[in-house]
Design a protein around this ligand. Structure first.
Ligand code: FES
Length: 229
């Protein structure tokens, strides 16, 4: 299930359950009006259907919440120094080159790629890394040093620190990263700090370097990636 659809389902679920509960309460009330209160209720066809629907919704709720939890667990197979980077939707697993990241343009989202094993570390979405090359005047001193080691490109966790949506939008005028779920904004030129919205902490950064024409990971995340503070 895509993260955006997980989030949509998580937002819709309470209303779905509420509507189901309201309909169920109505059926129970209607049923009670024709059933003596001292007599055990024999489920009618409507009650059985409603109960079965509620059971299905409980299973669905568990599945959605379970999927959400997996999104905030720690990654066991996180990015390592020496990993290359490949686009999250690139089935060809072509290594991302320095030239692929344009100055001031929207971030590119990648998975780490283990060259010896020829595989992307794509089992956990917590491994998603956004690559961006902000315009130089927007960089603070700490970020400038990281950018200098990687041809101006910066790497950050692509997972919002609020509720773990993908940070996959870009505000070119402000040169900020945007999470559309609740509109948190992060400043890539200022160590990934939060500049707007409910996110409680900066996006974890990750050091990069250039090897030939390729971008290569040079360390681990500066802090655990994921939502929830
Ligand atoms: S999940 Fe990103 S702002 Fe809420």
């Amino acid at each position: 299930m895509q993260p955006s659809s997980i989030h949509r389902n998580l937002r819709r679920l309470p209303m779905t359950l509420l509507r189901s509960q309201t309909r169920s309460d109505h059926l129970v009330s209607a049923h009670a009006s024709v059933t003596p209160s001292t007599t055990a209720c024999i489920p009618c066809a409507s009650c059985v259907a409603s109960s079965s629907k509620r059971a299905s919704l409980k299973v669905m709720a568990g599945a959605v919440i379970g999927a959400g939890m997996r999104n905030v667990q720690a990654a066991d197979d996180g990015p390592r120094a020496g990993d290359w980077l490949v686009g999250v939707d690139d089935d060809a697993l072509k290594p991302i080159a320095l030239a692929d990241i344009k100055t001031g343009a929207k971030q590119l989202i990648a998975f780490p790629y283990e060259p010896a094993a020829k595989r992307a570390r794509s089992d956990s979405r917590l491994n998603r890394i956004l690559l961006v090359k902000p315009e130089a005047p927007a960089l603070d001193a700490e970020t400038q040093a990281r950018a200098a080691a990687a041809g101006g490109v910066l790497g950050y966790s692509a997972i919002c620190t609020h509720q773990a949506c993908d940070v996959n939008s870009w505000r070119p005028k402000e040169q900020t990263l945007l999470c559309f779920c609740h509109f948190s904004q992060f400043h890539p030129g200022e160590s990934g700090n939060v500049v707007a919205g409910p996110a409680p902490r900066a996006l974890p950064s990750i050091a990069l370097k250039v090897d030939g024409d390729k971008l290569v990971i040079a360390g681990a995340f500066s802090a655990p990636p994921g939502g929830g503070g």
